[in-house]
Design a protein around this ligand. Structure first.
Ligand code: NDP
Ligand SMILES: O=C1OC[C@@H](O)[C@H](O)[C@H]1O
Length: 387
């Protein structure tokens, strides 16, 4: 056992909404319970921009002992804070990340990192210029289950992956559940299914068909075809389906072998309508020798199976293996991404290898293209790159 003291990252929490609460609750769990001994987390400061009462209520609800502010400017200026976790709506990410970077703070920003790829590129340039760490909080990538699935692909256990389907759909009565003002459907807050949920479907597509390749072989999609259903009240997308083709370099270098993926998201129909996982996997990763099926929800999966092709070459009876990674009740599993941030800051890294800036930007570009094809235009003020 190492006797070295763990590196403790001091967090500043920007916003006190739903996910900020969940993230901090995860952050406060004992790191040793997940086998993390090299890093730890301190919540040093919290700020709501709405009122000091809201900040205080957040601090009380989580029994925190930290500084409270009622302005994000004060939060990012706090010299006891190393990294800012940004949990504001999509529309505000560009401004808030820039605010934190310009105050010389490392940043973990909720997904999607920005409204468009142009904004994301500018933020990466700013982080690079200032030698600061920046990461989109795509927490699903850091779950042990995701890491294991990717390793299974890399080991070649399902052969060459030629098709991935990934769905992240809710099955809500949209008008009642979200209404027109909530960030889910409000275009002024860059709402819509794609940026909120479809990004998870795309995350799985990219994890399997892009990230598992050696860096020098990763290529952006060569074809993207997208359709959207826009909500009749707000114009934000309530359903989006994207067909993506990746140019694959096969072991034999056969250029015709392309991989296809279908990424879907829908607010009105559900991936798992009875909530019991009886509707089949949310993600299917299909290779020439077999398939990996991941049960939903795509953003917080706990179970997957590896199915080997059964034929005359492989007549085995034991061709299906199930794996489970239970996330303790009352937690979301966001501490894995927080551990990654702490390690990267400790090691002086600017980005996480699990979600490099380049990949984050390629995904933003794909979502830009899907919105262009689907006719989803956000207000100029939130697509802007002026800070
Ligand atoms: N990783 C995950 O699993 C999840 C991630 N998310 C992501 O987290 C972000 C926030 O979502 P969520 O917490 O559900 O949203 P909430 O609406 O619950 O919270 C957003 C908070 O942002 C602050 N805020 C600042 N400016 C505005 C504004 N103009 N309008 C509204 N709120 C504002 C407010 O905090 P205050 O008043 O304290 O300043 C508000 O409470 C989004 O990017 C979303 O995609 C959301 C859910 C799950
Ligand atoms: O990121 C998210 O994941 C879980 C969903 O419940 C939430 O709406 C979304 O923002």
């Amino acid at each position: 056992m190492s006797t070295k003291e763990p590196f403790c990252l001091r967090w500043g929490i920007m916003a006190t909404g739903k996910i900020a609460y969940t993230f901090v609750k995860d952050l406060l769990t004992n790191t040793e319970t997940r086998g993390t001994l090299d890093v730890c987390h301190i919540v040093a400061a919290v700020s709501s921009a709405s009122s000091s009462e809201k900040t205080q209520a957040f601090i009380n609800s989580l029994n925190l002992s930290c500084t409270g502010y009622n302005s994000y400017d004060q939060l990012v200026a706090d010299s006891n804070v190393d990294a800012i976790y940004i949990a504001t709506p999509h529309s505000h990410h560009f401004q808030h990340v820039m605010m934190a970077l310009q105050a010389d703070k490392h940043v973990l920003c909720e997904k999607p990192v920005t409204v468009n790829a142009h904004q994301a590129r500018i933020l990466c340039e700013e982080a690079k210029k200032r030698n600061l760490f920046l990461m989109e909080a795509m927490w699903t990538r850091y779950l042990p289950l995701s890491i294991e699935v990717l390793e299974t692909i890399r080991q070649g256990r399902i052969g060459e992956v030629l098709r991935v389907t990934a769905d992240t759909s809710f099955g809500d009565e949209v008008e009642k559940t979200w209404g027109t003002e909530h960030r889910m459907l409000n275009k002024n807050l860059a709402g819509g299914a794609l940026l909120d949920l479809g990004i998870y479907s795309l995350t799985w597509v990219f994890q399997c068909l892009y990230h598992t390749l050696p860096e020098s072989q990763r290529q952006p999609p060569c074809m993207v075809s997208a359709q959207m259903t826009l909500n009749y009240l707000t114009g934000a997308d309530e359903a989006t389906s994207i067909l993506v083709t990746f140019p694959t370099t096969t072991p034999d270098n056969i250029p015709e072998w392309k991989s296809q993926a279908i990424a879907t998201t829908n607010l009105r129909v559900s991936t798992d309508p009875d909530g019991r996982g009886t509707s089949g996997p949310a993600i299917r990763i299909q290779g020439t020798k077999g398939e990996i099926q991941v049960d939903g929800p795509s953003f917080r999966p706990e179970r997957y199976r590896v199915i080997q092709c059964r034929n005359e070459n492989n007549p085995t009876e034991e061709h299906v293996r199930e794996y489970e990674h239970h996330i303790p009740d009352g937690h979301r599993g966001m501490y894995w991404e927080a551990d990654e941030v702490a390690r990267c800051v400790r090691d002086g890294k600017l980005f996480s290898d699990t979600l490099p800036w380049n990949e984050m930007i390629v995904i933003m570009e794909l979502m830009d293209e899907a919105r262009r094809q689907g006719g989803l235009v956000y207000p100029k003020s939130i697509e802007d790159t002026h800070y």
